[in-house]
Write a protein that binds this ligand. Sequence first.
Ligand SMILES: [Zn+2]
Length: 197
Amino acid sequence: MVTIPLPPAPGAETHWSLALVNSTVSLPGGLEADELSTPAEATGWLIGHGLAPRDTELLAYCRSQLVGLRTDLRSVFAAHVDGNAPDPAALEGINRALTTVPSAVVLRYEEKTGLRRTSIHPTTRIVEHAMMQIAEDAAALLTGESASLISRCDATPCDRFLLRTHARRYWCCTRCGDRVRAARAYARRSPQRVATE
Ligand SMILES: [Zn+2]
């Protein structure tokens, strides 16, 4: 399983939606890390976040559903942080996840066990339920008391989202914080250098 070489951003351990938006990140040097790049990795991600039982195995279709929700969430989080209206299609995607009732549990009969209820596609049902929980977390976060604390990491090119823990802390981890501070120090020095040249 691919893991992003950074500790979780503040808020990502308590909010599934932040964890999902941060499951892809741009790293220095033009690198991209993606924790959901294959069905097996997406499976590991859901299990690791307590959103699926251990024996789950996602198919490509389920993985692309989860990645689609991530794209919609990233779009709506970015609009929220920038103070813009969200893309209606992205909102629609989140609402679809919120309102999808996991596939029906049907009634079956087997000679040995008699009548019993089973899901038509158990894995699809698990993924739909997981996506509903993630979308629910996002909706509560974006409209709750902490909504104004949602920020994007300031350390270019890092594009992770976080819940700000200090008024002026706009970075997702110590490593990004060092880059932000170095850039600020450089910006402070630069005008003087220009003036003396
Ligand atoms: Zn960062």
